[in-house]
Design a binder for this molecule. Sequence first.
Ligand SMILES: C[S@@+](CC[C@H](N)C(=O)[O-])C[C@H]1O[C@@H](n2cnc3c(N)ncnc32)[C@H](O)[C@@H]1O
Length: 249
Amino acid sequence: MNIQSIPEHELARLREKAKEVAGSRDDYSSFYTELLTRRLNGEPLQYIEEYIPFYSIQVNVDTRALIPRPETEFLIQIIKENIKSPKRFLDIGTGSGCIALMLKKLFPESSVDAVDISEAALELAVENSNINGLEVNFYTSDLLSNIEKTDFDCIVANLPYIPSKQLEKLDSEVIDHEPLVALDGGEDGLLYISRLIDQIEQKEIADMMLFLEIDETHGKALLDRLRNWTEVRVEKDLAERDRYIVARR
Ligand SMILES: C[S@@+](CC[C@H](N)C(=O)[O-])C[C@H]1O[C@@H](n2cnc3c(N)ncnc32)[C@H](O)[C@@H]1O
């Protein structure tokens, strides 16, 4: 990457960040050079800025967790339109905590639990919970394995869904900086989503809705896998891609 390849709107954001870091000190230009160098080395702008707006909250982001994507904000919108008076949410693979925290903000009367297999991501999620003053119970867990409760009425998951062989095709900005545990979905990309569905069935969690963010190529396989559930459908994102599963059990 060279400076000509960085669009002006990104340079403007780097200047803003340098001003924020420099504060009242007069060494703004050395901070700007440092931030620009990081960007030239391919580091995502959001990690350099250290926070990102997500729906109507702001979350801190760093290499401990995936940078929340606009598609995931749209998942929140889908949940909001489909759930009327939720009591108990569970967010699987919470990362920065963005989904869990935003659900708590939208539904303050509900209880929200969230899990991740990554201790580092959970540390960041707890920080984001404190910054936003939103109470979520965070647990370290491989999917549902450490979760004893079964009375959730809404389970949400944005789990890794990129097939392992396709990881090398990802932008270096993603694969060199964001955590592999947040991206690698196993051989067919469905390893964790399939295991989660198996666990929900084995634990006999019922009277609930499931919301999944998925790869656009996985809709048909998941509709087939969920054929014994009810009201199963694929929802599209704003670009008309099949990016979400909504199902009831
Ligand atoms: C695609 S990221 C999503 C992060 C966040 N929910 C978001 O939407 O930005 C997937 C997350 O799932 C977590 N994860 C991966 N395997 C897991 C597992 N077996 N059990 C629980 N969490 C897992 C990763 O650590 C990562 O934080």
